[in-house]
Design a protein around this ligand. Structure first.
Ligand SMILES: Nc1ncnc2c1ncn2[C@@H]1O[C@H](COP(=O)(O)OP(=O)(O)OP(=O)(O)O)[C@@H](O)[C@H]1O
Length: 233
């Protein structure tokens, strides 16, 4: 499989705190990969460092052949990486449709509004509602939908199911499966192990700022003991 994203020896710091200690990982084109790990091991920091939000970093990040270490934050989307942060970043005073139209289209191949509303019928119903009026699930869907218009090749999602009701979690799973069918490459940080096991092709287990294990979804049954002891799942 051709690696779309390749990360080698990635180190990152928040001030004096050394958080990532040589992260090695890749995500193949069209693959869905999930990073698992306890609280505080560096999962979010990995996504924030790949996107360039964390600039105190060292190592190698290449994406579709581009050296992402040289790319400023505001150009990350132009290179094809879309980030959906845990806090979602919805503009509360803007309507759903205004939020959707805000991020610039950076490449061809993104979804148009009709396609987005077909994928998220509830956003169509709520298209005139302000961000503040949305439920947590609707906000999460809007945060994902917004990135799909831009034409990015890869989605980085930070705990998209956190705090959401099971029926909404299921809906987000269906959306991610449809995106995968369309060829989207997805890197997901997720605490909800059941959810992740239904959509991921491959897993990384992270501990102390490094990837300690990597395995395909088919090996899940043999890996359950390790996951139980490390994650308590
Ligand atoms: N802005 C920041 N400044 C300083 N330290 C931070 C900052 N953000 C996170 N950290 C610290 O970096 C470490 C890794 O945090 P990170 O958010 O990447 O962990 P995580 O694996 O995503 O866990 P969680 O699920 O709790 O977010 C933690 O010790 C955290 O306290």
């Amino acid at each position: 499989m051709v690696a779309l994203l390749e990360v080698r020896g990635l180190n990152a710091w928040y001030g004096e705190s050394h958080i990532l200690h040589g992260v090695d990982m890749y995500v193949g084109e069209g693959e869905t990969v999930t990073i698992l790990g306890r609280n505080g091991v560096g999962k979010t920091t990995t996504l924030r460092t790949i996107t360039g939000i964390v600039r105190a970093r060292r190592g190698k990040i290449s994406f579709a052949g581009a050296d992402m270490m040289q790319v400023p934050l505001h150009k990350t989307a132009h290179k094809g990486i879309g980030f959906v942060p845990e806090e979602r970043g919805i503009f509360s005073t803007l309507s759903v449709s205004e939020n959707l139209l805000l991020p610039p289209v950076v490449a061809e191949g993104g979804m148009n509004l009709d396609e987005i509303y077909e994928l998220f019928p509830n956003l169509y119903e709520r298209r005139a509602s302000a961000g503040t009026k949305l439920s947590g699930g609707e906000q999460q869907m809007l945060a994902i939908a917004r990135v799909l218009r831009t034409g990015v090749k890869m989605l980085l999602l930070d705990e998209p199911t956190e705090g959401l009701a099971p029926v909404i979690v299921q809906r987000i799973g269906e959306v991610l499966r449809k995106l995968k069918e369309r060829g989207m490459t997805i890197l997901l940080v997720e605490q909800n192990f059941r959810f992740a096991s239904r959509i991921a092709d491959r897993f990384y287990l992270m501990d102390h700022g490094q990837m300690v294990t990597e395995f395909p979804v088919g090996e899940l049954p043999q890996r359950m003991d390790t996951l139980h002891s490390v994650l308590g799942v």
